[in-house]
Ligand binder design. Sequence first.
Ligand code: FE2
Ligand code: FE2
Length: 136
Amino acid sequence: MPLMNWDQSLDIGVEKMNAEHRDILDAMNIVYDGANAGQSGPAMMAKIARLGDITTRHFADEEAYLARIGYPELEIHKGIHKKLLDDFAVHAQAIAAAGGVPTSAFFTFLRLWLSAHIKCIDLKYGNYAKSAQKAA
Ligand SMILES: [Fe+2]
Ligand SMILES: [Fe+2]
């Protein structure tokens, strides 16, 4: 069973960002499936590093997009991304120190990040993009 499935509640109305969110979700599920299959060590750390890379790239893309559309809350959003990456790094370091065995706290963090960040924080710019289009 995957950590999370894609559903309509994750649709923020911006196609490219939806696609990148799906990539993050897939990468999370790959980590989760690996952990459930008993994987640890370097193989698991590689999956976690891949999730980190995909997320870092997404945040940069998303911030560039928000700058392009003149999103007024860009700086706040950037700060939230930075905090997520910092927290991610703390989890990844703890997991590496424990021999590459992901903790349930790590998966709780990932699940929360997807649901809270995409459904609330990202949805806000999705709605802004929609109304800005209407106004144009
Ligand atoms: Fe975001
Ligand atoms: Fe996002």
